[in-house]
Design a protein around this ligand. Sequence first.
Ligand SMILES: Cc1cc2nc3c(=O)[nH]c(=O)nc-3n(C[C@H](O)[C@H](O)[C@H](O)COP(=O)(O)OP(=O)(O)OC[C@H]3O[C@@H](n4cnc5c(N)ncnc54)[C@H](O)[C@@H]3O)c2cc1C
Length: 220
Amino acid sequence: MYKLKILKTNYVTHDVKRFILEKPEDKDFEYTPGQAAHLSVNKPGWEDQKRPFTFTSLQSWPEVEFTIKIYEKHEGVTNEIGKLKPGDEILLHDIFDTIKYRGPGIFLAGGTGVNPFVAIFRALKASNNLRNVALIYSNKTQDDIIYGRELHELLGNAFLNVFTRQGVIGFKERHIDRDFLIQNIGEFNLNFYVCGPKKFTTDLTEDLISLGANPNSISF
Ligand SMILES: Cc1cc2nc3c(=O)[nH]c(=O)nc-3n(C[C@H](O)[C@H](O)[C@H](O)COP(=O)(O)OP(=O)(O)OC[C@H]3O[C@@H](n4cnc5c(N)ncnc54)[C@H](O)[C@@H]3O)c2cc1C
């Protein structure tokens, strides 16, 4: 277990906060893009309340970054994390795999499900390998997009936003569903990466398979 001191926090949307943490000096502290960790708050009564979060930083960075949606109403761990200030500590219990990059393809994200993809795109950019990837990103409204400007800079026209609630001129207002996939993708013999709320992931995985995607080429 590592104790990571918070160096900086800021809001990246109205309810998502970015936490910059001190990186442990331990050379065994290693992680790869797409990996996640169980975190808890180092405050009395909260130390053992672990929740999973994905690294949005890269191993090569001098600091560690997590990007966390704060659910005040749950009165759970993210609400406590949201109250933390520079100097407070987060406990990092273990690191585990979520999504691994297996080559160019189409990334489908809902909400904070974009986080592993952010890490993957940052790593591909850093190694000059960011090509032939596209991101379709679903949020309730434009105000919920995480790292929108950076994703646009990284991906250009290969970054498509979808809004489920708010009509925004120039953007598509709808859910990513089977019809959407047919209209916007067309070719399904590709790698697919899907990450978001459980229903988003299971529905889209089923849709992709029914449209001809190889189940072995879908990471979720
Ligand atoms: C592999 C993985 C990686 C993840 N990475 C990230 C990430 O990088 N960033 C990120 O923001 N999230 C990420 N998540 C999601 C994140 O783990 C959850 O948002 C977090 O665990 C919520 O914790 P919580 O304690 O605040 O709330 P919860 O654990 O949901 O609940 C705390 C309490 O609130 C109650 N509750 C639950 N739902 C509601 C509700 N709708 N209304 C009122 N009360 C409710 C529960 O019963 C419980 O008592 C990831 C999840 C997984 C599985």
